[in-house]
Write a protein that binds this ligand. Structure first.
Ligand code: T6T
Length: 348
């Protein structure tokens, strides 16, 4: 992994902009999609050997971790744009109403029954999502894992995601810059069993425990809801008054942590570093309840996923693991082109 890092001096509201790239293939443009269940077909621009030229179009299905999450909305936009660019694929998008394998698994089963050529999926649980995904593979459907992964990802054509452990470590690096004097820190996380957010927590916890100025007081779970994140944040602030900073591992956790801090009357006093960059998180940054956001590259994950799925279907070489970059957004660099481009979409 190649990492370029420009770190601000301690204490200042200085610019933090970290970019990560790992063996990353990418492409970009834009199209349309919304959270729950959409389909878009795309034609044109095919080469003479492509299915479009022979009249065949690849049907791709994207199963989100959860519907209505700007991260997956943006990923779907990338997929649809890439399908349109390639000219020989359609992308159908659907996702469960909650980040929950018991809700996502029936979707995987029904998509499998409709037999698309490929499924691009963010599995909701490292273990519980494996059986229906394995079933799809056994049915001859190409599977690309996007964002989250499985304990056993075998059989997947490609896995495309951020380096989430490094993201957690970077969150702690940001905390150190925001609170150079140290103190108690804790994590607001989604729920156990989600590969991405578990890895972010582990990366943050290991880095915090290794720094004697900081005391890691643990993790609180919010079931991927902003309302519960606000509650657990408020309760933790009451329990541990020595808290100086919080790491919120995803979009809803960050939104809720910001609300909890506001409700505690501690906006700006307790620093929050959050993952993702959905418009409400940007508002929290501007209001001073969140100090830094680690934006992922969901659009690129989407374009890469389509490329990998189509390559597999055409019998071409695929890339087993693709890492995508982060952009760290602060108030100081918010207006920059890089930060603006990293903000997630709510529609395409
Ligand atoms: O942070 C992303 C994603 O990477 C994670 O797996 C689940 O939460 C998000 O979708 C943001 O809500």
């Amino acid at each position: 992994m190649k990492r370029s890092l420009s770190v601000p001096t301690a204490g200042a509201a200085a610019v933090m902009l970290l970019a990560f790239t790992a063996a990353c293939s990418s492409s970009s443009s834009s199209s349309s999609s919304s959270g729950a269940s959409t389909g878009a077909s795309a034609t044109g621009g095919a080469t003479s050997s492509s299915p479009a030229a022979s009249g065949k179009t690849y049907s791709l299905s994207f199963i989100q971790g959860v519907a209505g999450d700007g991260f997956y909305v943006t990923m779907g936009c990338g997929m649809q744009a890439e399908a349109k660019k390639l000219g020989d694929a359609t992308v159908n998008i659907q996702g469960p109403s909650q980040f929950d394998a018991t809700l996502q698994n029936p979707i995987i089963e029904s998509v499998t029954a409709s037999h698309p050529d490929a499924i691009m999926i963010a599995p909701d649980d490292v273990s519980a999502s494996r059986p229906p995904i394995a079933q799809a593979m056994s049915a001859g459907i190409k599977v690309v894992l996007v964002d989250t992964t499985l304990t056993d990802p075998s059989g997947a054509v490609s896995q495309i995601s951020s380096d989430n452990t490094a993201g957690g470590e970077d969150a702690f690096a940001a905390v150190k810059q925001l609170v150079p004097g140290g103190g108690q820190v804790f994590v607001v996380n989604t729920k156990p069993g989600i590969s991405t957010t578990d890895e972010r927590t582990a990366g943050f916890a290991a880095a915090a425990k290794a720094d004697s100025k900081f005391s890691y007081v643990g993790v609180q779970y919010d079931n991927d809801t902003a309302s519960l994140a606000a509650q657990v944040t408020l309760a933790e602030l009451q329990k541990d008054p020595g808290i100086t900073a919080i790491f919120a591992t995803n979009l809803f956790s960050a939104e809720g942590a910001a609300t909890g801090i506001r409700q505690a009357g501690k906006s700006g006093k307790i620093k929050v570093v959050g993952f993702d960059a959905e418009p409400d998180e940007i508002t929290a940054l501007q209001q001073g309840t969140v100090q830094a956001l680690i934006a992922q590259s969901p659009y690129t994950i989407g374009t890469d996923a389509v490329d990998q799925a189509v390559a597999a279907l055409q019998g071409k070489a695929t890339t087993p693991k693709i890492g995508t970059k982060f952009t760290i957004i602060t108030n100081a660099n918010l207006k920059s082109a890089a930060s603006q481009a990293a903000i997630y979409k709510t529609s395409c």
